[in-house]
Write a protein of this length. Structure first.
Length: 276
């Protein structure tokens, strides 16, 4: 059976409280809103009960954050792209922030099972004064279970119109890309953390973001496979390659905590579901 699911998630600031309202069609929904940090930040867990995508499945997620509201979305587990007999499985996420809104987009990793045909698309639209912290992590195969990615393809698209565009296709049989020193050097996990703004960041803030992220690298096992840059005045990006998801997610979480504290003056706390 092919699943087509859609979720519209809308955050609004109402009497000092960030409130989430949603409308879903198919097996894609959020759990009860939580406020572990107080009324100003609404935490939500995004769930997909079937547990993964097969050929022909589509997940379509639209998030809008109103002016002054702050939403945080994560997932209880990895997104799994399973083997396909022909059609592609597609996950599309669109996040739009109004002026002075904040958003934390923190899904756990996407796993590309052998012989999958997977497409993962993310588009961010930020009004002036809006800020978003988020990440994207993909694992090819199941490295820890010795189940490699030997067949199939994975297509990635991340875009902030006029600011940032990343588009690529990874084919399982492309050994030059996957194994050469100029490519992924045999690593099977790609991780990206980004801090994006609706208008240019002051130079001092960009330098603080860069320096605080770089300070997390010495002594970390991915120090030689990670780097942080500011490709645009509205964006700071940390990228890392890893043999599997755990060290990559550990690094991204560490940098996120630092950025959250120093840029937003918020506690360096993680969503509670990650501890379960």
């Amino acid at each position: 059976m092919v699943w087509h699911a859609r979720l519209n998630l809308n955050y609004r600031l109402e009497a000092g409280r960030s409130v989430a309202r949603h409308l879903h069609n198919g097996p894609l929904r959020i759990l009860q809103s939580l406020y572990p940090e107080g009324d100003g930040i609404c935490h939500n867990v995004l769930v997909h009960p079937p547990g993964g995508l097969v050929g022909g499945d589509t997940l379509d997620l639209n998030i809008e954050v109103g002016s002054g509201a702050h939403g945080l979305v994560t997932t209880p587990g990895a997104t799994r792209f399973y083997r396909s007999e022909g059609p592609w499985a597609t996950q599309t996420t669109r996040i739009a922030l109004q002026a002075d809104a904040r958003m934390e987009w923190l899904p756990l990793e996407a796993i590309c099972y052998d012989a999958c045909l997977a497409r993962n698309q993310l588009r961010l639209d930020l009004a002036p004064g809006a800020e978003l912290m988020g990440w994207d992590t993909t694992v090819l195969g199941l490295p820890m279970a010795n189940l490699p990615f030997t067949q199939g393809q994975f297509a990635q698209h991340i875009e902030i119109p006029g600011v940032w565009l990343e588009r690529g296709l990874i084919a399982a049989q492309d050994s030059r890309l996957l194994d050469s020193p100029a490519g992924m050097a045999g690593q099977r996990c790609l991780a990206t953390l980004f801090f994006a703004c609706g208008n240019p960041l002051p130079r001092e803030r960009r330098e603080a973001l860069l320096e605080s992220a770089r300070a997390c690298l010495p002594g970390h096992e991915l120090a030689s496979m990670a780097g942080v840059t500011s490709p645009h005045p509205q964006l700071v990006v940390l990228r890392a390659l890893a043999p599997h998801a755990e060290p990559a997610m550990q690094l991204l979480r560490a940098v996120r905590r630092v950025w959250r504290t120093r840029q937003w003056d918020l506690p360096a706390t993680d969503p509670r579901i990650w501890a379960m």
